[in-house]
Design a protein around this ligand. Structure first.
Ligand code: DHB
Length: 387
């Protein structure tokens, strides 16, 4: 008798738990975010994580009547880790979307998983043009290096810079920056004297800067990933290149808002091209920067904006799909148009890549702090790597 009653009670409890479990599962949508929270790219993880938290603080954790659960995983920007974490998030946690991706090799490692599982994958940081071609489920809210490099080349051509040397990190986004800068400046009559590369991990700028000094170009064009700008600037100044009449021009990754204030006066006057400046003078951005700084005690950079806009794209797509994942969620991401802290943004429905203004900026001191001050822009720029 006891046995029987106990058994029934257990069964009832199990059924109840099961029902509760199913209801809870239906009411929750999970988003898997993979970021470098430690290691060389940790500033990218810190910025994007803070931006995601700001998005949720402002917009809540309910979408389409469901509770959004965000799972943040640290891949240390080791692509094998990124792949393993993505697999776990899809198979075990059943996330509706994957997001983050601090460097190109991490994004590339996950693209086949997105395709196989039909899981939309929002690239918030990585910026090699080819990433959107690696899976039809990739949507990008960061930027592309061809956008920034072409923007910089156009400015160089119009401003009397004839002889250049390029210096880039020796991997995907560096190859894009080098090629698109060189092709555009030479098309417009400029000259590239040398193309130099430094390793992604533990770069040493001394030997390449000596080569730059010897080549005596009018300008050195640089792309380095977020986090390397300050070390580079220090070396550039220590080797006296700023005093040798060699002008520094760059993608905005080098004059990164995360590190800009620590760079000191060597950064003053550096002209660079990028899609986001913390000094972007819109009301929306001023509020974004104020709220972000109040919550974090540091300035948002372009990575933060890629993360913030990525959350916007995911939330709006979840509203459209009523919380469903897969192709319905992907469809809701395509074609979104909105005002971002960077300015107007379109997610091109054909390419799934970001279309936005590419600003030309100059580093200036205002109220004792260094900022990238926008003074020109190529409006609504598509990725030149796609045409
Ligand atoms: C990538 C990483 C960066 O930190 C950056 O500033 C630009 C591109 C990348 O790996 O794609």
């Amino acid at each position: 008798m006891y046995h029987r009653r106990h058994h029934l009670a257990m069964l009832a409890a199990a059924v109840l738990a099961g029902t509760a479990g199913t209801a809870a599962a239906q009411e929750t949508v999970k988003i898997g975010v993979i970021l470098p929270m430690t290691g060389q790219q940790a500033s990218t993880g810190r910025q994007i994580d803070a931006a995601i938290k700001l998005w949720v603080a402002r917009n809540g954790n309910k979408v389409a009547g469901k509770t959004v659960e965000i799972l943040v995983k640290d891949d240390q920007s080791i692509p094998d880790q990124t792949r393993r974490l993505a697999q776990e998030l899809v198979v075990q946690d059943k996330v509706v979307a994957l997001a983050g991706f601090g460097i190109t090799p991490s994004a590339m490692a996950v693209a086949p998983i997105a395709t196989q599982s039909k899981t939309p994958m929002v690239v918030m940081a990585a910026a090699t043009s080819a990433i959107t071609g690696a899976s039809p489920y990739v949507v990008r809210t960061s930027f592309t290096l061809p956008q920034a490099a072409v923007g910089m080349a156009e400015w160089a051509n119009k401003n009397g810079i004839k002889k250049t040397v390029t210096l880039v990190a020796d991997y995907g986004p560096g190859f894009d920056a080098e090629k698109f800068f060189a092709d555009r400046v030479t098309l417009n009559g400029g000259q590239v004297l040398d193309k130099l590369r430094t390793p992604l991990r533990a770069p040493d700028f001394a030997p390449v800067l000596q080569k730059v000094r010897d080549a005596k170009p009018d300008a050195l064009f640089v792309f380095l990933p977020s986090g390397q700008g300050a070390a580079f600037m220090k070396q550039f100044a220590e080797r006296g290149l700023d005093k040798a009449g060699i002008r520094l021009i760059a993608t905005g990754d080098v004059t990164d808002d995360d590190q800009l204030n620590a760079m000191g006066d060597v950064a003053l006057g550096v002209v660079n091209a990028h899609h986001y400046s913390a000094a972007h003078p819109s009301a929306l951005n001023k509020k974004f920067v104020a709220d972000f700084e109040a919550a974090n005690k540091f300035r948002p950079n372009f990575m933060a904006v890629g993360g913030y806009d990525g959350m916007r794209v995911i939330y709006k797509a979840l509203e459209a799909s009523k919380g469903a994942g897969g192709d319905a969620l992907l469809a809701g991401m395509k074609g979104q148009i909105f005002e971002s802290p960077r300015g107007q943004v379109l997610i091109d429905a054909q390419t799934r890549d970001v279309v936005h203004d590419m600003y030309i900026r100059k580093v200036e001191k205002k109220d004792g702090q260094l900022w990238n001050i926008e003074f020109d822009a190529i409006k609504a720029m598509k990725d030149p790597g796609k045409s």
